[in-house]
Design a protein around this ligand. Sequence first.
Ligand code: ADP
Ligand code: NA
Length: 307
Amino acid sequence: MTAGGAPITVIGSANLDYIVRVPTAPGPGETVLAGAMRKSPGGKGANQAVAAARLGGTVRFVGCVGDDDDGALLLRELRAEGVDSAEVEVITGEHTGLAIVAVEDSGENSIVVVPGANFALTATRVTRVVRRRAGGGLVVLQGEVQPRIIAAAATAARESGSRFVLNLAPFVELDSDVLATCDPLVVNESEAAAITGRPVGSVGSAHEAARQLLERARSVVITLGARGAVWADADGAGVVPAPAVDRVVDTTGAGDAFVGALAVRLAQGAGLRSAVELGVRAGTYAVARDGAQSSYAMSGELVDVAA
Ligand code: ADP
Ligand code: NA
């Protein structure tokens, strides 16, 4: 094991985010004017890879970009962050994935994603990379990739003795054997509600949902925004409250900051509670700052918590 812990293989999307600030996001039939547009690297996969690398993780990113300027920019950024990008494929004739992110003055955001090259990622390549390279480490995915890719990664992770971490954001239907591999399954309140079929709006209801989901996954984490997160595994369950934030600036990618930090702590061999503690701090750090990746903490910027 290196200083950064066991290897973390993040499989998922890389997008260029086109970020616009608006007073409030447009409703159906509405048009709103934004003051300015800013481009920033994003995509849930790349976000989680960068969040983990900044906190000292040994991180490889597996995904696809187009053969355009946006793709070249994303590759440069990943390398500059210390993420191994040898398994990022450049797809000829495809455009790099993009997202239009409308950030409201309240800090809330609404997002439209155009996957582009991201959907060129094949189950064959994912299986090969996980079998050859992820052994003994963590394999981290998100709901932004197709269910068959998630399923292939779960199978290969089981076969190679890797720990499978799934952030099911956005929610997609998965086979029960894929859910049963998740250690943990990480979801927010609305994704937890989509899986359990019951609203999750309080710490109490999140505990109940986590108990329910623990029958289907090896371990479970439900993030609760300003209320922090609840976790449950074979050893127990608990809540980790979020520290108070003076001003919520931009919640974009907060969940990804959480997952990247959680992965780093798990790769260091810590238990789930300790990993959730670091995840909550990383998420809270990110919401207090502008942007997604640009708001992620470096090692030493999070007040550390005992493992
Ligand atoms: P997602 O963005 O995926 O919906 P959450 O909103 O649950 O995820 O946020 C993930 C984490 O980010 C939370 O567990 C928390 O640590 C932090 N966070 C999010 N919103 C806030 C907030 N308003 N105040 C403090 N921390 C927050
Ligand atoms: Na942020």
